[in-house]
Design a protein around this ligand. Structure first.
Ligand code: GLU
Length: 306
């Protein structure tokens, strides 16, 4: 199926520039691109560089995506350049009484008894309803620790529903999630929602390790007055040992494969094979032939020749 002219709506791929993309990341990128293009959407790239940045990695990632045949619309967005919008979103929530300061350390949160009926791992609410005196004491303590208080959402729901292309309706936990961390960096959950909305993203394709974050993010979108995107969470790539694919698993990046004498087309062919599509040589072949409804829902076990 030929790519349609972009209409309203957009998809995106949003890598963290912590190193070169491996085959699993590249597969997710191709699928995000293909799903956006086949549904007539624009496609955006965003570099999520709020932390875990490796010098030069973003540029290499863009080169690798282009080498596989992906194209994108508009400028590549750097998340670190979007601080004003992130701060404005937090301020908008604050104005509605939906933000509070949190003075807990990570350890205190882990050790605190969880609130009754709270989902596992949810913030126990320690700092939610502190007296002004207790807040002052918390702030003093933060100054001593040379940290800022984290900012948390005062959540008024404990769950939210999203729609995932493959999972259908998914209901997941919403807690008093962090909006800005104690080191002053805006939290991923807030940034992703604000940045997607800013460029009209209404289709989020990414690894299924993030499925459990989708309800929180969709709820934040709702609070900020943005429509919830539809989600499509793609199974992760695993090593033959069954762990999440990583650099240490050998020659798993495009550049590694090129060094082994393969071409970018060979790498696309591997990715096509993982989707049950033989002899795809460019991302456009995947776009033309991939049927999203037929996606194999198990992880992709990447078994490379030694
Ligand atoms: N930056 C995240 C990652 O590389 C993806 C975030 C997202 O797609 O929402 O895992």
């Amino acid at each position: 199926m030929p790519a349609a002219t972009p209409g309203p709506g957009a998809g995106r791929y949003a890598p963290s520039p912590s190193g070169d993309l491996h085959l699993g990341n590249l597969r997710t990128a191709i699928l995000a691109w293909a799903l956006a293009r086949r549904t007539g959407r624009a496609f955006h790239l965003r570099i999520e560089d709020l932390d875990r940045v490796q010098e030069g990695a973003a540029e290499r990632q863009l080169e690798d995506l282009a080498a596989l045949g992906l194209d994108w619309d508009g400028e590549v967005v750097r998340q670190s350049a979007r601080a004003e919008d992130h701060a404005a979103a937090i301020a908008a929530l604050e104005e509605r009484g939906l933000v509070y300061e949190c003075y807990c350390t990570r350890r205190e949160i882990l050790e605190a008894p969880s609130a009754p009926h709270a989902p596992p791992g949810a913030y126990p609410g320690t700092c939610r309803d502190l007296s002004p005196a207790a807040r002052e004491a918390g702030r003093r303590r933060m100054r001593e620790l040379r940290r800022e208080p984290a900012l948390r959402l005062r959540a008024e729901v404990d769950s939210w529903q999203v729609h995932d292309l493959w999972e259908g309706e998914v209901t997941g936990a919403v807690d008093d999630l962090v909006l800005r961390r104690g080191d002053g960096v805006v939290a991923y959950n807030l940034a992703v929602v604000v940045d997607d909305a800013a460029v009209g993203v209404d289709q989020v394709v990414r690894g299924d390790d993030l499925l459990s974050s989708a309800p929180r993010q969709a709820h934040l979108a709702h609070l900020l007055g943005h429509p919830a995107p539809t989600y499509a969470h793609v199974p992760l790539a695993l090593s033959t040992a069954g762990a999440r694919l990583a650099k240490r698993d050998g020659a798993v990046t495009l550049r590694d494969r090129l060094e082994r004498g393969e071409s970018a087309a060979d790498v696309v062919e591997r990715i096509g094979d993982s989707l049950g599509l033989a002899r795809c040589r460019t991302a456009a072949d995947v776009l033309a032939r991939w049927d999203p409804a037929a996606l194999e829902r198990r992880p992709w076990v990447v078994d490379l020749p030694a």
